[in-house]
Design a binder for this molecule. Structure first.
Ligand SMILES: [Zn+2]
Length: 380
């Protein structure tokens, strides 16, 4: 069993001070019963607008001109499997919003007119779907300050690769990096906030198709993506979904600090349970990497396990001097357990003694104003 504790992380401090309306991991439904929200406690929001099965007779099939009625097969399952994989790996719960209605009845990735085609029940379900995403975003904004929204889809294109939509067209993605890095294209991006605020000052083009782009991290797991380092843009004439209503509405393109991406999954990774589970497991790993790389330096450690903080009334799990002085050393320790392994992580200082044991000595940097001590304690 693994336990992660931390003595100082601004990221988690807010969790203690804001009461949550929803219990993480539990399902909630709007009044129609057609929209499911599974509450989360990490800065990841997943929506599945096109995977529903329900075809209630009291909602007529949408008949608007040009409206798409086919569902994105197995994306409802994939959303749940991805959430389960994240929980299995981290002990944490992403926010998940699912439209249980078949796309014939409600297209939850369109404006309300096209989405509900004038039916009052479908309109109510649309408001519930969008409202749950708004609520999840609000919780993420309050607790973490920023986060990532994924609108999960499945495409029927024959080219077996994941299409990541950042609101840029094929022609735009074909532009040189130097052009994509101008404000014109940054302001049109669904990851606008991340471009302006990421941990290693990655450029827009790097975040789209550099070594640490979402597409590249997935490609490295064996899932080809466009855009990514391997496939930086779709070729002219190749099918490509660049992001729809939800991505534009709920991402930082529309303001705020929550970035978004439309993830269109190819059929090969959706149509069997084994393929989906393997993909969900890889995607969960990649999302951890992505958030740690770009958003939160301690993310992989498992933030939601950290609830015993000095800011809370409970006893902290790591003891030691909280108000250490720059340039001085300090001793930090946890309760020892027979047979346990200890791995300490320090930022703003250097471990000069005790790594691998229940107690360390840290020499804090002389020019720092903050520092952090974390431990991963693994019991047999
Ligand atoms: Zn779709």
């Amino acid at each position: 069993m693994k336990y992660f504790f931390s003595i100082f992380l601004w990221l988690f401090a807010a969790v203690c001070t804001f009461a949550q309306t929803f219990l993480p991991g539990n399902p909630y439904y709007g009044n129609t019963g057609y929209i499911q929200y599974i509450a989360g406690n990490i800065p990841i929001i997943i929506s599945a607008p096109h995977g529903g099965y329900l075809e209630p007779a009291n909602i007529p099939d949408r008949s608007c001109a040009g409206c798409v009625l086919v569902k994105d097969s197995y994306t409802l399952e994939l959303a749940n499997e991805l959430a389960a994989a994240i929980t299995a790996q981290t002990g944490c719960f992403p926010h998940v919003i699912i439209n249980l209605l078949h796309r014939k009845k409600l297209d939850a990735n369109r404006n309300i007119e096209e989405a509900a085609d004038g039916n009052a029940i479908a309109e109510q379900a649309w408001y519930e779907f969008q409202g749950f995403i708004d609520s999840a975003k609000q919780q993420v904004a309050v607790n973490f300050g920023k986060g990532l929204y994924i609108d999960l889809h499945g495409h029927g294109h024959t080219i077996q690769r994941i299409e990541l939509g950042y609101l840029h067209t094929t022609a735009e993605l074909q532009l040189p990096d130097s052009v994509l890095n101008t404000n014109t294209y940054i302001n049109g991006s669904s990851i606008k906030n991340l471009v302006n605020n990421n941990l290693t000052n990655q450029t827009h083009a790097q975040l789209l198709r550099g070594d640490f782009a979402l597409g590249t991290l997935l490609q490295n797991k064996g899932y080809p993506c466009v855009p990514s380092a391997g496939i930086p843009f779709p070729l002219t004439g190749e099918p490509y979904f660049n992001g729809g209503y939800n991505t534009a509405r709920h991402s930082s393109y529309n303001g705020g600090n929550i970035d978004g991406v439309q993830m269109e999954c190819n059929s090969n990774i959706r149509f069997t349970t084994a393929a989906r589970l393997a993909f969900a497991d890889s995607l969960a790993i990649v999302l951890n990497q992505y958030l740690e790389q770009h958003y939160f330096p301690y993310y992989t450690a498992g933030p939601c396990t950290v609830i015993n903080l000095p800011q809370c009334t409970q006893q902290p799990e790591i003891w030691g001097q909280e108000n250490a002085c720059a340039g001085a050393s300090g001793i930090y320790w946890v309760a020892p357990t027979d047979g346990a392994a200890y791995f300490w992580t320090v930022t703003g200082g250097t471990i000069i003694n005790g790594q691998g044991t229940p107690q360390i000595e840290v020499l804090w940097n002389s020019n720092n104003t903050t520092g952090a001590v974390s431990i991963l304690k693994t019991e047999q």
